[in-house]
Design a protein around this ligand. Structure first.
Ligand SMILES: C[S@@+](CC[C@H](N)C(=O)[O-])C[C@H]1O[C@@H](n2cnc3c(N)ncnc32)[C@H](O)[C@@H]1O
Length: 457
């Protein structure tokens, strides 16, 4: 999970009006505004939600519902639009934007949520449309009343035998469905797409430079189970608004992401090179595992993200982190004991927690693998003989993962691969068991690829 930007433009208001209209629950008004910002303004769903929730002053319960409503609607939009077009007889391209947003939100609730009363899903969507597009409110009312009777049946009839059918039934772009049918086989591809539409597991890492997991749990007074330095939460929690976040006591981070620093296994006193480091979840984890003894050179190209990483490291008391703003693909100083290469990737392992990511055009695997290979080579050059390198991505895509590592090994005989398959038995790579590939439907965490290499000479 990424840290939201320090200044969220959605806080300034605009789309969706300043307050919940009379008769509309704040959680639904919030979700409607988020859906509009994502599809009309290109906003990131997590940032839009953060801004809207603050503006509407949502309490934790309302925030949990707003998250479910907005994330679910954004994720399932392809299936929702199919239902809307079938029931209205119109193309969604022809509908006014507020009408479409109100319909999507209403159809999502009527089709996928069991505990939301139909009258609230219909009535409040109509109120939202009345405020922003009064002439469309009749259409919203008519389509949602039909949806209450027919939408679940329509969706139940959708097949997912081919990638094209699965893309519609599980609301993913066709290219992702095709990629996963090819890489994982149809049963895993279908299960993975279904898992992407469920709420992501919420996990916090206790920053052991400042606290312990049991202490943090007591301080937050939330329900969670402990797993080492991780708190696995029963419910969503707005970490970025908490006092404990301000105090640097925690980092929201999935279990898959936490496995990366653990498997690099840095020791106190090591010199560590961390390539592509912002927002710094893994950098600060490395510092904690090292007990703040040694040195971490964290390289990040984007100046704003590098600055924010410096602030994060300071807030979390990770004093051994030295942030360099620069290109990780260029040569670095030599003789590091450990190197982490965590390059930009297509993010396909995080579609449950980043609901809009699947609909963005940027970040296709084929466009990324060349840069990933360059950064891996630069990191490998900086490693001392006998040192350890971890290559990780938060994606499920052979072109960015196993093919990058295989191409590297083919030209670097001085490197060997560690067998990680026996360490975390659940998380074996489906076809290359020495690597780890977490899969959301199987492991209930983000999809991370992790390969660990050793330099022999
Ligand atoms: C997958 S994220 C890294 C996540 C980070 N390691 C963490 O655990 O929080 C990739 C990062 O690489 C940065 N980046 C992209 N291209 C880069 C390059 N050529 N050199 C250095 N950083 C780069 C991006 O700005 C982004 O912050």
């Amino acid at each position: 999970m990424d840290e939201p930007s320090s200044r969220d433009p959605t806080e300034r208001g605009g789309l969706g009006g300043a307050a919940a209209p009379p008769g509309v629950a704040p959680s639904r008004a919030c979700a409607y505004a988020v859906v509009r910002r994502v599809f009309e303004g290109g906003a990131w769903a997590d940032r839009a939600l953060h801004g809207e929730a603050r503006r509407l002053r949502l309490d934790p319960r309302d925030l949990a519902l707003a998250t479910r409503l907005s994330y679910g609607t954004v994720q399932r939009v392809a299936t929702l639009d199919h239902v809307i077009e079938t029931l209205s007889g119109r193309s969604t391209n022809k509908l006014d934007k507020p009408v479409l947003a109100a319909l999507r939100l209403g159809v999502f609730q009527l089709t996928y949520l069991d505990r939301v009363p139909a009258h609230a899903a219909v009535g409040e969507s109509v109120e939202l449309a009345k405020r922003d597009a009064p002439r469309g409110a009749g259409l919203v009312n008519a389509v949602l009343r039909r949806a209450g009777r027919e939408a679940r049946g329509l969706v139940a009839k959708l097949k997912d035998t081919t990638p094209q059918q699965a893309a519609l039934a599980h609301s993913h772009p066709e290219w992702i469905a095709q990629l996963w049918f090819d890489a994982l086989g149809a049963p895993d591809a279908r299960a993975l797409m279904a898992a992407d539409n469920e709420p992501a597991e919420a996990v916090l890492r206790a920053n052991t430079l400042k606290t312990t997991a049991p202490e943090l749990l007591e301080r937050l007074s939330i329900e969670a189970r402990l797993d080492g330095d991780a708190l696995i939460l029963d419910d969503a929690f707005d970490a970025f608004s908490s006092r404990e976040w301000e105090d640097g006591l925690l980092m929201p981070q999935s279990r898959g992401a936490m496995a990366v620093a653990r498997l690099l296994d840095p020791q106190p006193g090591d010199r560590v090179l961390d390539l592509c480091a912002a927002p710094g979840g893994k950098t600060t984890h490395l510092a904690a595992l090292m007990g703040n003894e040694g040195e971490i050179v964290a390289v990040e190209q984007h100046p704003g993200r590098a600055d924010s990483l410096r602030k994060t490291a300071a807030r979390m008391g990770a004093t051994i982190v030295d942030v360099h703003t620069g290109d990780a693909a260029q040569p670095h100083a030599k003789n590091f004991d450990r190197v982490l290469v965590d390059p930009p990737c297509s993010d396909l392992g995080t579609l449950a927690s980043r609901p809009d990511a699947r609909w963005r055009k940027a970040g296709r695997p084929e466009a990324l693998s060349e840069l990933q290979q360059q950064i891996l080579r630069a990191g490998a050059n900086a490693l001392r003989p006998g040192g350890t390198l971890v290559y990780s991505t938060c994606t499920i895509s052979p072109a960015e993962n196993e093919q990058v590592v295989s191409a590297f090994l083919a030209t670097h005989p001085e490197f060997t691969v560690d067998d990680l398959g026996t360490r975390l038995p659940l998380w074996k790579h489906p076809t290359m068991p020495q690597h780890l590939q977490t899969l959301p439907h199987r492991d209930r965490t983000d999809g991370f690829f992790i390969a660990r290499l050793r330099r022999d000479a």
